[in-house]
Design a protein around this ligand. Structure first.
Ligand code: NCD
Length: 341
């Protein structure tokens, strides 16, 4: 693995497999049965210049669960970028204070520019419509765990990516990550104008995967293993697009009917979240809440062990974890969510 985690392009199949293995070893800590202090004394800088709940908090929690401490800043208003400070200066300043930095920024390429000014590991927490590599890694970790539970293998699996495939950075990173594995069948379904960039489609096809594009979900998906739905990234639309786009049409509804009528009993449903619950948005339907095929909260939970694995690997303590384990002493409910199964 390289010094920073900026794009999935820097990951080999071996480095991804290593992260999956380290994440699995983090499970007892992530599920609060054991405690480690392997990053005691280390400080993370969490810089979020775009809205975030789970990415910011889970990076923060993952670093704390390894024994480190976190300093963070949210939004441009309270950072010196509001006074015109460059990415270069901010990067050099933060590197004097922190041992690792996570950054989310609205401009594609900005996190790489920030990372170019420092030798401290930088993780891209999302750069505009560019990439979101840690999300793709936790998504792959989720698919791997769910398939293991269901007795399935990734090889030859059928994966549907739907929603905003043009601006959705999570699917950009995920499709590249999946393309490192054995030939898959990947279906892309998006409204006109929100298709996956052709450079990504060509890359995946050139690696031997079967990739098909659809303009609705009105097909037979009876062999589908995973549906990965995404939110329409309205914040990235031009004014013209905002006026003409009224929300996802019924043709893209991922709900109980779609799963029952077009998919099968073991199709799992994923989404990077947040799901847009405003009327007319037609994002992933709440009528699947409590359905065991809905993997979205197992997916968010998996963000902790995977982000712990990323930190442990970048900061080179991944071999020390087992030596440091102690039992956790506080109360933890056996079921975290009331609808968990
Ligand atoms: C995604 C993001 O920020 O790209 N959220 C996340 O990090 N889990 C998806 C989104 O905002 O729609």
């Amino acid at each position: 693995m390289s010094q920073h985690l900026l794009t999935v392009d820097s990951l080999s199949r071996e480095s991804v497999d290593h992260l999956l293995r380290v994440a699995a070893r983090m499970e007892p800590i992530a599920s609060r049965r054991q405690v480690t202090r392997v990053l005691e004394g280390a400080v993370l800088g969490n810089l979020f210049f775009e809205a975030s709940t789970r990415t910011r908090v889970s990076f923060n929690a993952a670093f704390c669960r390894l024994g480190g401490s976190v300093c963070d800043t949210t939004g441009f208003t309270f950072s010196s970028m509001a006074k015109g400070e460059s990415l270069y200066d901010t990067s050099r300043v933060m590197s004097g204070y922190c041992d690792a930095i996570v950054m989310r920024h609205p401009d594609q390429g900005s996190v790489a520019e920030f990372a170019a000014a420092t030798n401290v590991p930088v993780i891209n927490g999302g750069d505009g419509p560019g990439e979101h590599p840690s999300q793709a890694l936790l998504d792959l970790y989720t698919i791997d765990k769910e398939f293991h539970r269901l007795g399935k293998s990734l090889s030859g699996a059928h994966i549907l990516l739907t929603g905003d495939l043009k601006y959705g950075r999570t699917v950009h990173s995920l499709v590249k990550l999946l393309s490192l594995y054995d030939p898959l069948r990947i279906t892309l379904a998006s409204p006109p104008g929100l298709e996956m960039p052709s450079t990504l489609i060509d890359l995946v096809a050139s690696r031997g995967h079967r990739i098909e594009q659809r303009e609705s979900l009105a097909n037979d998906f009876s062999d589908l293993d995973v549906v990965y739905a995404t939110r329409i990234q309205k914040e990235r639309f031009t004014d013209e697009m905002n006026e003409s786009f009224q929300g996802l049409s019924d043709d893209f509804m991922v709900n109980r009917d779609f799963l029952d009528q077009r998919c099968n009993q073991s199709t799992i449903v994923m989404h990077p979240l947040p799901r847009d619950s405003r009327p007319g948005a037609n994002d992933l339907n709440v009528d699947l809440n409590g359905d065991p095929r809905l993997a979205i909260f197992r997916q968010t939970d998996n963000g902790i062990p995977m982000r712990m694995a990323i930190f442990a690997t970048l900061l080179q303590v991944d071999t020390l974890i087992e030596q440091q384990l102690r039992p956790a002493r506080w109360f933890v409910p056996s079921q975290i969510g009331t609808l968990d199964r």
